[in-house]
Design a protein around this ligand. Structure first.
Ligand SMILES: [Zn+2]
Length: 209
């Protein structure tokens, strides 16, 4: 067989995409022809290098995927702990005093964060890591805000300051409510920031642009 045909067959031979007959012909020719043998050696080593590189990349992305799920689990665990601490403190608060304080300060912000982690499972939908990070922040803030509103009604927060004193204006009530929620607002802001920073890290680990 002539060298031109062999040169055409070499890539197929390396990829094992040619018939057994052609493979035999190529092998036979390579034993006899130094020129084609050197071409074969060059192409073969390049092919091996490529395969090795893609294997390395796959290995690296596997490691990063594992890191990402560890990160998610750690965050999940932390928010659980914060919730548990909040529930414990809230349960110890005697009825009729500042009920709801620990709910607003720890339980609601941690719950908002925990639920917002569900959004992380849909990371594939997002175009890039920045959009994902901002959306994680917004989802966290929105859920927390919603629960804050529910909590204000549930615990009837304005009445805490209404019972003993009279002559409160609506504005005073709003101020007092915000004052009561103060620590909770700080905790919620911390969780939202954590959500923004770590969702970005999470996206990077999963190879988002
Ligand atoms: Zn040849």
């Amino acid at each position: 067989m002539n060298c031109e045909i062999i040169k055409d067959l070499i890539p197929l031979y390396i990829d094992r995409c040619c018939s057994e007959e052609s493979a035999n012909e190529v092998e036979k020719h390579l034993k006899e022809c130094k020129n084609c043998k050197s071409i074969f050696d060059m192409m073969n080593s390049e092919n091996l290098k490529e395969k090795n590189e893609s294997f390395e990349i796959k290995k690296l992305s596997k490691i990063n995927e594992r890191k990402a799920s560890v990160l998610q689990s750690v965050l999940l665990f932390i928010s659980f702990i914060v919730m548990a601490v909040g529930v414990t403190f809230e349960a110890k608060t005697p009825l009729g005093t500042e009920n709801g304080f620990w709910a607003f300060t720890l339980i609601i912000p941690a719950t908002g964060f925990l639920l917002s982690l569900a959004n992380w499972f849909f990371i594939r939908i997002y175009k890039n890591k920045k959009i994902f990070s901002v959306c994680s922040f917004i989802v966290n803030a929105a859920i927390t805000f919603f629960f804050f509103i529910c909590g204000i009604f549930y615990y009837n927060v304005p009445s805490l300051y209404f019972i003993s004193e009279t002559g409160f204006s609506g504005f005073d009530m709003l101020l007092k409510t915000i004052q009561f929620l103060g620590c909770g607002i700080v905790t919620a802001a911390v969780f939202c920031t954590v959500s923004k920073i770590f969702s970005l890290r999470y996206a990077e680990m999963l190879g988002k642009d």
